[in-house]
Design a protein around this ligand. Structure first.
Ligand SMILES: Cc1ncc(COP(=O)(O)O)c(C=O)c1O
Length: 369
């Protein structure tokens, strides 16, 4: 079966490992194994006694129970453990969708959300978030496009790359549109709990809609992309369907990863507080830099680890990013890799010193164009 090239992953695979200034990563400074065990005051020796068998086939009860605690009134029967959020999203699409189903995908987003449905033969309708609405949804447009033939609405909240958060009321507006058409909503929530304003909260679709499906992982919020643990949260009957399909592509996740994820979830507040500090520092550096750059604009992100800057020059974003990369070693992600021209994704939560130097190089290059 044909599938479109995954543009973000193609770009990152080609340049990320060699970039002098990787300024588009979505991860927050990752832990080493040693740092992680020290930070959570856990005993690293306990990992040495883990048996290297398949482990608990559907994930340990401890992991599923800890995951369920991130939602309202959920228990381990509402959780399906997967290989990252990428595995979670993929499992949702391959379980629910059939040829000719209608899918409404809200972009920019992670490309899985439109390319896998397209590969499965679905009729995919694209709705763009609007910069003039600060990267929020035009509900009239959504309402017009969702029909009784729509099986699934799919979105990402908080949004990668814009960092916009849909409020509870906005999510309820989407639920109203979905419910009257009996459609599922898949919300990819991998940047949940990374709200920049400590007092705001990011509501999960699984908590407000009976046909709401949430996907999440340990990669971003918990800085543990290397353990490849994600999960789906939904009503129990749906989880059973996902688990039925899951037997064909997962068997189990690593018992070691499962164990580390349990420790992380049990230290949620501490890890999120560490990560929020890193995010806020990076964001301040970025927003101050943008103020001094007449060729760059930014709608400030409200959550997550990335920002979507626009530039005032009429060139394709691949050309813009490639020239910048070749001349300076600064790596950004072209907006066109996410179907939005004249923009680039900046990730500001990696190494702060590298980020500051990279912005300096970016400034020097901007003068030349
Ligand atoms: C919106 C979104 N969903 C899913 C993923 C995949 O993440 P994971 O590492 O959990 O598979 C990413 C990774 O960047 C992402 O940004």
């Amino acid at each position: 079966m044909q599938i479109d090239k995954f543009k973000i992953e193609e770009w990152m695979n080609k340049y990320e490992c060699h970039a002098k200034y990787d300024m588009t990563t979505t991860c927050i400074k990752s832990f080493s194994l040693k740092e992680f065990f020290e930070f959570t005051n856990s005993n690293i020796d306990s990992i040495l006694n883990k048996s290297l068998d398949y482990g608990d086939i559907t994930g340990s009860s401890r992991l599923k129970t800890n995951a369920a605690k991130l939602y309202k009134n959920k228990n381990e029967n509402n959780i399906s453990i997967t290989l990252g959020a990428i595995g979670a999203n993929s499992l949702v699409f391959t379980t629910l969708l059939e040829k000719n189903d209608e899918v409404v995908s809200i972009i920019p987003t992670y490309q899985q959300h439109y390319s896998i449905p397209k590969q499965l033969g679905c009729n995919v309708k694209i709705i763009k978030l609007k910069p003039e609405l600060k990267w929020h949804i035009d509900f009239e447009e959504l309402d017009k496009n969702v029909t009784s033939r729509t099986k699934l609405i799919t979105l990402n909240n908080p949004n990668n790359p814009t960092g916009a958060i849909l409020s509870e009321q906005e999510l309820l507006n989407i639920v109203e549109i979905a419910r009257k058409n009996d459609a599922y909503i898949l919300c990819d929530e991998v940047y949940r709990f990374l709200n920049h304003d400590k007092d705001s909260c990011i509501v999960s679709i699984a908590d407000i809609y009976e046909k709401g499906i949430s996907t999440f992982s340990m990669s971003k919020t918990f800085s543990l992309a290397g353990i490849r643990i994600g999960f789906i949260v939904a009503e129990q009957n749906l989880i059973q369907e996902f688990n039925h399909q899951r037997q064909y592509n997962t068997i189990s996740i690593s018992a070691i990863d499962d164990y580390i994820a349990c420790i992380a979830l049990e230290n949620k507040e501490k890890i999120i507080s560490r990560n929020t500090d890193i995010i806020l520092k990076g964001k301040e550096i970025l927003t101050e830099w943008v103020k001094g750059e007449s060729k760059i604009d930014l709608i400030e992100p409200e959550a997550g680890t990335t920002a979507f800057v626009s530039y005032k020059k009429n060139i394709n974003s691949y050309r813009f990013c490639l020239d910048l990369y070749k001349k300076t070693g600064v790596l950004l992600l072209p907006g066109d890799a996410m179907e939005i021209p004249n923009h680039c994704r900046v990730g500001y939560c990696g190494n702060i010193d590298v980020f500051k130097e990279g912005l300096n190089e970016f400034s020097k290059w901007l003068i030349t164009i």
